[in-house]
Design a protein around this ligand. Structure first.
Ligand code: CO
Length: 211
C-alpha cells in the first residue's frame, strides 16, 4: 500500500489508542449525540483546522468550510448546514473565520484564470469593488490582501444576517450572535474583527423580515 495512504489509517489507530488511554468511555460518550454551541464557517485551507486552532474537542464545533469562507446566498450546502446548526442544534454563536495569506483572496485579487473556481471567487471581486477606493490606496500587496481578507469576512457576516434562518432565530430567541474573525497563519493568532451582530437593526432595513 502506498506509504502516505497507509500512514493515514495508522494515524487513526494511534489517535484512537491515545483517546482511549485518556478516557476509556471517550467514544461511548461521543456516540450519544452532539450539542455544539458553535457553528464555524471557515476556509478549506489545510493550515486552518477549525477545532485545532481554538483548542476545541470533537463535539464542540459544527463546521462548514469552503474556499475563502464564503456565505453565498444560493449555496444550498451552506444554507443546509446553517439551518441545521441554528434551528436544530440551536448554536449560540456563528463565527466566520477568514485567514491571512488565503489563496482564494490572492486569486481574486489577480486577473488570472484558475478554472471553475473563478466563478466562486467572483464573490470576492464584488467585495473588492465595494471597497475599491480604500483597497487601491494600500500600496503594499500583502497589506492590501490582508485588508480584503478582513472586508470579505465582514461581508460574509452580513450575508449570514440576511438569511431567513438567522432572522427567524433572532426573533424567536435572540440568538445566535454572529462574529467575524481572521486567523494569522504566520503566528497562529486569531484577530476578532469586532463586527459581532445580534439583531437585524444592524443592517439596511430592506433585508429585514417581519416577525
Ligand atoms: Co483560504
Amino acid at each position: 500500500m502506498e506509504a502516505l495512504y497507509k500512514k493515514l489509517l495508522d494515524g487513526n489507530r494511534e489517535w484512537v489508542a491515545k483517546k482511549l488511554a485518556e478516557d476509556p468511555d471517550y467514544f461511548t460518550k461521543l456516540a450519544k449525540g452532539q450539542s455544539p454551541p458553535l457553528l464555524w464557517i471557515g476556509c478549506s485551507d489545510s493550515r486552518v483546522p477549525a477545532n485545532e486552532i481554538i483548542n476545541a474537542q470533537p463535539g464542540e464545533v459544527f463546521v462548514h468550510r469552503n474556499i475563502a469562507n464564503m456565505v453565498v446566498h444560493a449555496d444550498m450546502n451552506m444554507l443546509s448546514v446553517l439551518d441545521f446548526a441554528v434551528q436544530v442544534l440551536m448554536v449560540k454563536h456563528v463565527i466566520v473565520c477568514g485567514h491571512y495569506r488565503c489563496g482564494g483572496i490572492q486569486a481574486a485579487l489577480s486577473n488570472k484564470q484558475y478554472g471553475l473556481i473563478d466563478n466562486w471567487l467572483r464573490n470576492i471581486k464584488d467585495v473588492y469593488r465595494l471597497h475599491q477606493q480604500e483597497l487601491d490606496s494600500i500600496k503594499d500587496e500583502q497589506a492590501r490582501a490582508n485588508r480584503l481578507t478582513e472586508l470579505n469576512v465582514v461581508k460574509q457576516v452580513i450575508n449570514l444576517c440576511k438569511t431567513s434562518t438567522i432572522q427567524n432565530a433572532w426573533n424567536e430567541r435572540n440568538y445566535p450572535h454572529i462574529h467575524g474573525w481572521v486567523y494569522d497563519i504566520a503566528n497562529g493568532i486569531i484577530k476578532d474583527l469586532n463586527v459581532s451582530i445580534k439583531s437585524n437593526t444592524d443592517m439596511s432595513s430592506i433585508y429585514w423580515f417581519d416577525k
